[in-house]
Design a protein around this ligand. Sequence first.
Ligand code: DOR
Length: 428
Amino acid sequence: MRQTLIKGGHVIDPETSVDGVTDILVEDGKIASIGKPKAKRTKTKAEVIDASGRIVTPGLIDMHVHLREPGHEYKETVETGCLAAAHGGFTAICCMPNTDPVNDNQSVTDYILKKARIADTVRVYPVGAISRGLRGESLSDFGELKAAGVVALSDDGNPVMNAQLMRRALEYAKGFNLLVIAHCEDRNLTANGVMNEGVTATQLGLLGVPNAGETVMVARDIALCELVKAPLHIAHVSTDGSVRLIREAKARGLPVTAETAPHYFSLTEEAVLNYDTNAKVHPPLRTAKDREAIRLGLADGTIDVIASDHAPHTSIEKDLEFDQAANGIIGLETSLPLCLQLVEMGVMDLTGLVAKMSMNPARILNIAHIGLKPGNPADLTIIDPEKKFTIDANTFRSKSRNTPFNGCELKGKAVLTMVAGNVVFREA
Ligand code: DOR
């Protein structure tokens, strides 16, 4: 029997309400016990991981990641994305279907899952496309995708502009017990905009994207959710109006959940003042008012999940005039330290943060084995909350470097990531 004893860490598990210094015994890849193990249970040859002064959490889950394989392997592959995830403290990731070919059928899902098995690092849960080719014209075969192993459906990167198609998607997905993840954007309003609409865009001479470009679509999708009574998850929330609508929908008991990304609670549109294309993202970075609304939405539970929206692009797509550059920010290796800032700022406590990064995504996605319970696979993250460091994109395991956070000094990061009892990342 293979045993690992994680000793003396501050275990925080919102699922089991454990919050205190204790030990975790792992046997053959599974959690065997939480608490001081009985002396005769631990063999002398058990590997001991000293977690004193560290925080031990259930494995973190990032439910919004772009892996770029198949099709754009020069930006990221399943293997490098998984390594980046492990490096950032994540034990599981969901990968969006905007690959080439699009993940709208069994063969692409099979291919991604095969690559993930070969990478053998973190768990990969593919998200299938709502519409064939992400074209927003006809639905993919949800039954085929579900059988192949997708955990949710999304046209992320593209909105489903046709409300009738979105209605049918919610109805059809409900029958398969699949979650629909909505990329809320009205393309007629966002048009050729490249940053947030407002005075800053005017000063920079750039075309703007109004808040309403997101908010009207959030309103539409909530209305469809109410009509169909099917679960709806709203991706990358960036505006105060979206937070308000989601809060109100939840208060009315609708099955709506939502996520935001670290750049929306950390930055504002001012990050693009020097035309930094690494801060070009869709939806765009907004105003201080929106950022405050996002933080409040996180604090009061309106926003259930923090997901990175890891969107790798290389200098080929980013070292261009601002309006020509690709949208996207990588996040797997910066997400956790940025999230820990929320605790530092008093927006939420650690238990609340861990819930948004593990328990809530697992529940929303219907992933089995939630939390650090005996019998569950030993997926866990060990965090050094005091470790001060400077973000250096050159140390990333990701193939891409497109982050506006390079050079930022932060405190707190993952130092060990364990998946099914195997250490897939350990700080040197
Ligand atoms: O900035 C973005 N990049 N937003 C999206 O919705 C898609 C993503 C990508 O795939 O690059």
